[in-house]
Write a new protein. Structure first.
Lengths: 254, 210
């Protein structure tokens, strides 16, 4: 069973002081995973000497390097760099600063895609609120509405078996993608699922995805870094608005 | 190309992958990414999959038979989840509950304190001036303290694995920003070009003085 192999702390919603937050930045391009040496990071001011005592490398290989700090988890593959905040320090700005500084050090940079991600786990009172949220989000509140008796057994499932290939299918998550309206290329994806961090809780992931402009990438190979510097405020505000909207939908049922 | 950002193969193996089908979008839409099928996929290159560690949910209940409306399926599943709700376990990891944060810029530094301008990211029009004791900073952060330096001030509660909770105020001096040699050389050359391009003979006395 998958459950037996996963080790993580489930936070009772009643004890959650606020949302559980996580932030990550993913940069797609060409990288040399072994370049994240501690001496290089220290020399260029990305780490301080106090960081070194808590610096851990899970892997340092030609294809993948993984670095962990109390405030950062960084993985570098040949085609992708991912930096994530941690539960112990769920702050997005240090992660952003680190990625920006590290990207400046990449030799022959050519970044083709960028993702600014936010993971939010919102405590709720019960899972019915999650169900109601999904209903609202996909606008399918029907005549039976929320007054459906809890104990009333419904013999039917909502989804077909997809040509017999699926057995007892249920909808477990909702993902919505939208086009960009800020004259950049890419998309915005919002995913809603039951939280596996807070019980009961709702998990919302926003993926603010930017693609480099193929017409100008040769001239400006690091153009996507602008989204991390000058575009950062807009990206974080966008994610905040999405979370605010979902919370409004949640509170509408309370 | 791998579409998730999960770095550790072991963690990847532990997770259950799921995909959601999407409606095809209009052929005429020009803002899509370079997806030949013109259909948005569920997992862009830049998605982080660690956030939820992928929901692992109880198996669905028995006895579904025919198709019905979607809302009924939600309700049934929701009831099933409630009955089989996962039980919270004892905390084993440290976490920080971030309650407030400010952005700061150091205005002045003296022997024991420093003065900074603070702004609330949620109220960017409002700024405040505050004085901090240098003892608020760790030794490595003090090394970064200078007029003009920027920092983030986080206030919240920290939960420890032993169950303790402490209020915490953390000043995080902005890292990096040190200019790489190549970049420095480029920037210096750019500045020198600007300098040389100025026609000093037509500049005003005020400019010449600077």
């Amino acid at each position: 069973m998958v459950e037996a192999r996963v080790s993580m702390t489930l936070i009772p919603a009643a004890t959650a002081l606020t949302d559980v937050l996580g932030y990550s930045i993913v940069l797609v391009g060409k990288f040399v995973p072994t370049f994240i040496q501690p001496s290089m990071l220290l020399q260029n001011g990305l780490l301080t000497e106090s960081d070194l005592s808590s610096l851990n490398y899970d892997l340092m290989m030609n294809d993948l390097s993984v670095l962990r700090l109390p405030w950062l988890q960084l993985s570098v593959e040949r085609e992708k760099l991912s930096a994530m905040s941690t539960l112990a320090n769920p702050a997005r700005e240090p992660v952003r600063d680190f990625v920006l500084s590290l990207a400046e050090l990449v030799a022959n940079p050519r970044f083709t895609a960028l993702g600014i991600n936010r993971d939010t786990h919102i405590p709720i009172n019960n899972l019915e609120e999650y169900s109601a949220l999904l209903e609202r989000l996909i606008e399918i509140v029907g005549d039976e509405g929320a007054s459906q008796p809890i104990d009333h057994e419904i013999e039917d499932f909502s989804f077909p078996d997809w040509g017999g290939s699926l057995h007892k299918p249920v909808l477990r998550s909702l993902a919505v993608q939208s086009h960009r309206d800020d004259n950049t290329q890419g998309m915005l994806t919002v995913r809603v699922e039951p939280s596996t961090r807070i019980s009961p809780g709702v998990y919302i992931q926003t993926n603010d995805h930017f693609d480099a402009n193929p017409d100008t990438i040769d001239r400006e190979p690091d153009q996507l870094l602008d989204q991390l510097s000058s575009g950062w405020g807009a990206a974080t505000a966008r994610a905040d608005r999405i979370i605010g909207y979902v919370k409004e939908m949640l509170n509408a049922d309370r | 190309m791998q579409t998730d950002s999960v770095p550790a193969a072991s963690e990847t193996a532990m997770t259950e992958r799921r995909k959601i089908a999407f409606e095809p979008l209009s052929e005429s839409d020009a803002s899509l990414s370079s997806n030949d099928s013109r259909v948005l996929t569920g997992a862009p290159d830049t998605v982080s999959a660690l956030g939820n560690r992928i929901a692992i949910l109880p198996d669905p209940p028995k006895a579904p038979t025919s198709n019905a409306d979607t809302i009924r399926g939600f309700r049934r599943w929701s009831r099933h989840l409630r009955r089989t709700e996962q039980k919270p376990v004892i905390q084993t990891e440290e976490r920080f509950w971030l309650l407030y944060k400010w952005h700061g810029q150091v205005l002045s530094v003296d022997s024991e304190t420093f003065e900074a301008e603070l702004s609330d990211p949620l109220k960017p029009d409002l700024t405040e001036i505050a004085t901090f004791q240098k003892t608020e900073l760790s030794a490595s952060n003090i090394a970064l303290l200078r007029p003009g330096a920027t920092f983030y001030w986080f206030v919240g509660y920290r939960d420890f694995p032993n169950g303790q909770r402490k209020r915490e105020s953390d000043i995080w001096m902005k890292r990096g920003g040190r200019m790489e040699q190549r970049k420095y050389t480029e920037e210096l050359a750019a500045v020198q070009n600007i300098w040389r391009s100025i026609d000093w003979s037509t500049s005003s006395p005020a400019i010449r003085r600077t």
